[in-house]
Design a protein around this ligand. Structure first.
Ligand SMILES: [Zn+2]
Length: 457
């Protein structure tokens, strides 16, 4: 048995067992024809609505409809266009919600990748309906997760919903997905390296303890899933299978932890800023995974810089005396986040994570004491910036801001804004606590504008 097949047995099957929502995960070559019998096992309903975007439908829609009919389902389909790409927003999911609401006997089936999966997840959840997701690309980690990553009033959030009752992925379909899409999935998975670093920081600072189950499900296997990135670009079945198993495991980790903490840190905050801006490059909306890949490299650069500092020598009283109060931070936030709809929500997040002076002093003391061990833990856990950038490049995923049309100025604005948009403790918060935000940003920016080889010239 190959690694991914072993992990289907040793990792995914126990996760399905533990999941309160998901009863089946089928990953394998030539499995599309099983969609009908899988659906029949997990729902008593016998009418199915296949929801897809046009690319997902072209890849697998017809076969899924045939499989459902073959298993005794009456089928209808709703296909949304791919050009322009559907927006990951609640408004876009509303027609699906309404279609399901109009017929309580309709079993929802999502056929496609990131956006359509989240739209159907949200629409199904709003109707308290279980659903089947048929994955057509290994492009992100949300197939098995309980949250729908959608914009609400222009603010990207993970809306609590429910994981699918079943997930099916035909590796023959996944391997022939556009190589860039599987590259995006690699970027989304790469983000777990820096997100894990954020979690280690939160754990050490006493604001977000590690959860052994979710941590191990992702972090014990992450290096293996990220090995051999060339295979992703080449569409090798073995490589995309391993990637997909990794993304599937991450989805479960989020369900088990009850939040996206196991999957998302500063890397995703950076990516979410660009997603909320509707960032486009070469006439195409920049995908979630591509944005996460670049966010991950930016975050790792901040970590690399941090690891070169001696935080046990921090002068607590000096840091406290220079630290901006909440009002000053709110003013900075309004400058950093010009979109009023985003700023309003970011203000809520900033207020929620704002601490008084006494707590700030305690945190700094804790950091000074914890630093030697924390530094060594981070050093072992993290990959170096250039190493990760090289792996992303080989997988066909952008790694540097310029590769998605983000200038150094724009990147600096993004870093400043991203620090505010989520209360979750990340390297942004540690830099703030230590009074090092701007010095860290200035230090890493020259490294992040261009790929290392070009920057060195
Ligand atoms: Zn993601």
């Amino acid at each position: 048995m190959t690694l991914w097949q072993q992990q289907m047995v040793g990792l995914i099957a126990p996760a399905v067992e533990r999941s309160i929502a998901t009863q089946e995960v089928v990953i394998g070559a030539g499995t599309l024809g099983l969609a009908g019998e899988v659906a029949a096992r997990v729902t008593p309903l016998r009418r199915a609505l296949v929801m897809a975007d046009s690319a997902g439908f072209a890849a697998a829609g017809r076969q899924v409809l045939d499989a459902l009919s073959g298993a005794g389902f009456q089928t209808t389909s709703a296909v949304i266009p791919n050009a322009p790409l559907p927006e990951a927003a609640v408004t876009e999911a509303e027609p699906f919600r309404a279609a399901l609401a109009a017929d309580p006997e309709l079993f929802p089936v999502s056929v496609g990748s990131g956006v359509i999966n989240d739209l159907v997840k949200w629409a199904a959840f709003r109707n308290d309906r279980r659903y089947l997701t048929v994955a057509t690309a290994a492009s992100m980690d949300g197939y098995t997760s309980a949250g729908a990553a959608l914009a609400q009033d222009g603010f990207k959030v993970t809306i609590p919903a429910r994981a699918p009752v079943a997930m099916l992925a035909d590796l023959d379909v996944i391997a022939t997905a556009p190589a860039e899409m599987n590259g995006w999935g690699y970027g989304d998975l790469a983000g777990k390296v820096s997100a894990g670093g954020d979690w280690l920081l939160a754990d050490a600072m006493g604001v977000g303890p590690l959860d052994d189950v979710a941590w191990r499900l992702v972090q014990d296997h992450l290096r293996g899933w990220l090995a051999g990135p060339e295979g992703i670009a080449a569409g090798r079945t073995e490589s995309v299978a391993r990637l997909l198993v990794g993304l599937t495991a991450v989805g479960f980790a989020m369900e088990f932890h009850g939040s996206s903490r196991p999957a998302s840190g500063a890397d995703h905050q950076i990516a979410h800023m660009w997603e909320m801006e509707g960032l486009s490059f070469n006439g195409q909306k920049v995908s979630h995974g591509a944005a996460v890949g670049v966010g991950c490299v930016a975050s790792l650069a901040l970590f690399d810089w941090l690891l070169a500092q001696d935080l046990s020598a921090l002068d607590t009283e000096d840091v406290l005396s220079r630290s901006p109060d909440l009002d000053a931070r709110l003013t900075s936030l309004r400058t950093a986040v010009p979109d009023a709809r985003v700023a309003v929500r970011a203000e809520e997040e900033l207020r929620a994570k704002s601490i008084d002076r006494g707590t700030h002093r305690e945190r700094l003391e804790r950091l000074r004491v914890a630093w030697p061990e924390l530094k060594s833990r981070l050093g072992t856990h993290l990959l170096r910036t250039e190493e990760m950038a090289g792996m992303l490049a080989r997988a066909g995923c952008p790694a540097y801001a310029c590769q998605i049309g983000v200038t150094p100025d724009h990147l600096l604005r993004t870093l400043r804004a991203a620090a505010y948009i989520r209360r979750r403790y990340t390297i942004f918060d540690l830099l703030h606590d230590a009074g090092l935000t701007e010095v860290a940003f200035s230090a890493v920016l020259p490294k992040l504008g261009l790929p290392a080889t070009e920057a060195a010239e």
